[in-house]
Design a protein around this ligand. Structure first.
Ligand SMILES: Nc1ncnc2c1ncn2[C@@H]1O[C@H](COP(=O)(O)OP(=O)(O)OP(=O)(O)O)[C@@H](O)[C@H]1O
Ligand SMILES: [Mg+2]
Length: 270
């Protein structure tokens, strides 16, 4: 059975897509079969793995709204064990078209069930809202990964996200676990980053990943080349950090109880 991880936070620009793309790539680089599912009409995860806008006709929209098999939509990437279900702005239409459909929160789960056995990991990149696409992702997922940007007001919205998580568990997906909360864009020179990290660990303890993603210019550059960081600059701090996150997820899953708290900050490159 594949591990299905939804990367969600309704706050915009906190590092969801950067995390989904680079975590998926890091795991795939070790030879595991990974499917990256772009559930955001912005299509940033799609372009982040080198699939250009306009180069594909069918997207996740076709599966969610028109019942086309995910297998017929899935595209290969430059990493042999990494495939992607692409998205573009069509997907915004699915939110509207599905409003009156019964079991509308289960569409993605149903779509992915048909391909799940072909992969070890499915990683779903969510849009910055708690709308139907995110609800579909949380219903399809086995766990939730929440990127949290190290900035003022970072924790704002996390309570609301956890309320949604509780509702999804109650109504649709009782087994949904928390994969972890991930500190992103950490600036070692900033007292604010340290304060946010300390607050988060006080509040959420072992639910916070040990790995912290530093602010790293190479991570911001990589998408414009359509490459995950591991392909763009494998020696960067960003690549190191996402490989470390992948290690935590693949080898030290919280279900094994081995994540021990305390932070491991990969250095900062200024
Ligand atoms: N660790 C990092 N260091 C530097 N830049 C980063 C880092 N993580 C993300 N970024 C940049 O910050 C911006 C927002 O990141 P990203 O697109 O991953 O966030 P998001 O949560 O997916 O946004 P949205 O809510 O719009 O989907 C992007 O330009 C990205 O390249
Ligand atoms: Mg995004």
């Amino acid at each position: 059975m594949a591990r299905i991880i939804a990367v969600a936070n309704q706050k915009g620009g906190v590092g969801k897509t950067t995390t989904a793309v680079n975590l998926a790539a890091a795991i795939a680089m070790w030879g595991h079969k990974v499917l990256l599912v772009d559930a955001d009409p912005q299509g940033n995860a799609t372009s982040g793995v080198g699939i250009q806008r306009g180069s594909f006709r069918k997207s996740l929209y076709h599966s969610l709204a028109l019942d086309e098999p995910v297998g017929s939509i899935t595209l290969p990437t430059s990493i042999p064990t990494l495939s992607v279900v692409p998205a573009n702005k069509d997907l915004a239409g699915a939110e509207i078209e599905l409003v009156d459909v019964v079991q509308r929160e289960f569409r993605l789960r149903r779509s992915l069930e048909a391909v799940e056995s072909g992969y070890e990991y499915l990683i779903i990149d969510c849009p910055p809202s708690l709308g139907l696409l995110t609800l579909n992702a949380l219903t399809a997922a086995k766990s939730l990964l929440v990127p949290i940007q190290c900035e003022y007001y970072a924790l704002e919205g996390v309570t609301e996200l956890f309320d949604t998580l509780a509702r999804i568990r109650r109504l649709h997906n009782p087994g949904l676990m928390i994969e972890g909360l991930l500190l992103t864009m950490y600036d070692v020179r900033s007292n604010l980053s340290a304060a946010v990290a300390a607050d988060l660990r006080d509040f959420y303890g072992l639910q916070v990943f040990q790995t912290v993603i530093p602010r790293n210019v190479r991570l911001a550059e990589a998408p414009s080349y359509g490459k995950p960081i591991i392909s763009y600059d494998a020696n960067s701090k960003g690549a190191e950090a996402y490989s470390q996150l992948a290690r935590e997820i693949v080898y030290e899953s919280k279900s094994t109880g081995s994540r021990s708290g305390g932070s491991t900050v990969v250095g900062h490159d200024g």
